[in-house]
Design a protein around this ligand. Structure first.
Ligand code: KG4
Ligand code: ZN
Length: 343
């Protein structure tokens, strides 16, 4: 399908949270370079993202990251057809660094500028593959997309490129947020997702029967009750003078999240006659979640490579390409609101 679209190389920037990223991607799929400067170690000291510190780090990193992306792809700005940048949602002070840099590059090099919604970017990470590798099959429509990140948890029906219907979303914490908050309760380091995953791999997921909030009759989620239940369990154990069995608590919590994400996604895929399932966002890096979805045989499942699950610019370049070739973006679109129907 991509072959019928015009050829274009896009330089994309992503600075919505705590990663400064740049990538060069061709035709929305072929990744020539992807550089991510993570601020994780800096924010770990504060136990979460410190917005002012994040903006300052983006200012320091953004141009070196752009230069590295070009150098790694053996290209210059002259070889680029358009510049893309995350327009939102995200931290205002962080977004503006990427947006202003992209504006400067686009104006200076006289290239079109494409603003991209971060959530749409996450979904398009499923289209990306490395230059030099054989093209994997593209996701087929209609598909059910589970978007699980630090800020969002949604089930979307995607009937075509750029065409979404949100079927449900979290009513309180996002899945990644729940991982981060429970990690803090268990005194595990930031970011919580990978820390819980590591601890869980040593634990017994059946030791604690934490509640699953099914939100029956909807495709919505709720994770705050689960988080509170982990809090009460840790308080009880402490009151009894017991050491916290961190691996078992982590594994039981992780299993409760996965059970709900999995069951509701499969239900949606059946109900809407989906050809495939797509999972994206930081939590899709979770090994147990990936195994659970891959083990079921009813639907083909697209999960991005690990490096494309968490924030990166490749996904922004991919979404930008499809918006651009479909004419759903105006040149120098940054005066417009992010074009995501689901925000
Ligand atoms: O997509 P992302 O990088 O940023 C947002 O757009 O929010 O997602 C970050 C979230 C964090 O909450 C982080 O704890 C979670 O993804 N995460 C994970 C894993 N890796 C990152 N959660 C569970 N297991 C992981 N391996
Ligand atoms: Zn993200």
């Amino acid at each position: 399908m991509t072959a019928s679209f015009p050829s274009a190389r896009i330089l994309a920037l992503e600075t919505s949270c705590d990663e400064t990223a740049a990538a060069i991607i061709e035709n929305g799929r072929i990744l020539h370079s992807s550089i991510v400067a993570s601020q994780m170690e800096i924010h770990a000291r504060y136990g979460g993202v410190f917005p002012e510190v994040a903006s300052r780090q983006h200012v320091l990193s953004v141009m070196p990251v752009v230069e590295q992306a070009l150098a790694q792809a053996h290209l210059t700005l002259n070889d680029i057809d358009a510049i893309a940048v995350t327009q939102g949602p995200g931290l205002a002070g962080s977004l503006v660094v990427g947006i202003n840099t992209a504006k400067g590059l686009a104006l200076g090099a006289n290239k079109p500028l494409i603003g991209v919604n971060h959530l749409e970017g996450h979904l398009y990470s499923a289209w990306v593959y490395n230059a030099g590798e054989a093209a994997p099959p593209e996701p087929q429509f209609p598909l059910i997309a589970l978007l699980v990140s630090g800020g969002h948890t949604e089930i979307n029906l995607m009937t075509d490129h750029l065409t979404y219907q949100r079927l449900g979303s979290t009513q309180d914490d996002a899945a990644g947020e729940a991982f981060d908050k429970v990690a803090r309760l268990l005194e595990l380091p930031y970011p919580g997702g990978p820390a819980i995953q590591r601890a869980a791999e040593e634990g017994d997921s059946t030791r604690f029967n934490f509640p699953r909030s099914w939100m029956d009759g909807t495709y919505n989620f709720s994770f705050s009750g689960l988080k509170t239940s982990v809090l009460y369990e840790t308080q009880e154990l402490k009151k009894k003078g017991k050491n916290l069995p961190i691996p078992d608590l982590a594994a039981s919590f992780q299993q409760a999240v996965i059970d709900v994400l999995f069951k509701k996604t499969i239900q949606a895929a059946r109900a809407y006659g989906a050809k495939e399932i797509l999972i994206a966002g930081g939590v899709s890096a979770n090994r147990a979640l990936r195994q659970t979805f891959k083990a079921q045989t009813e639907f083909p499942v697209h999960i991005p490579a690990f490096s494309l699950c968490t924030d990166n610019a490749a996904m922004i370049g991919s979404a930008a390409y499809f918006r651009w070739v479909k004419g759903q973006v105006s040149e120098l679109s940054l005066d417009a609101r992010p074009t995501w129907p689901l925000a």
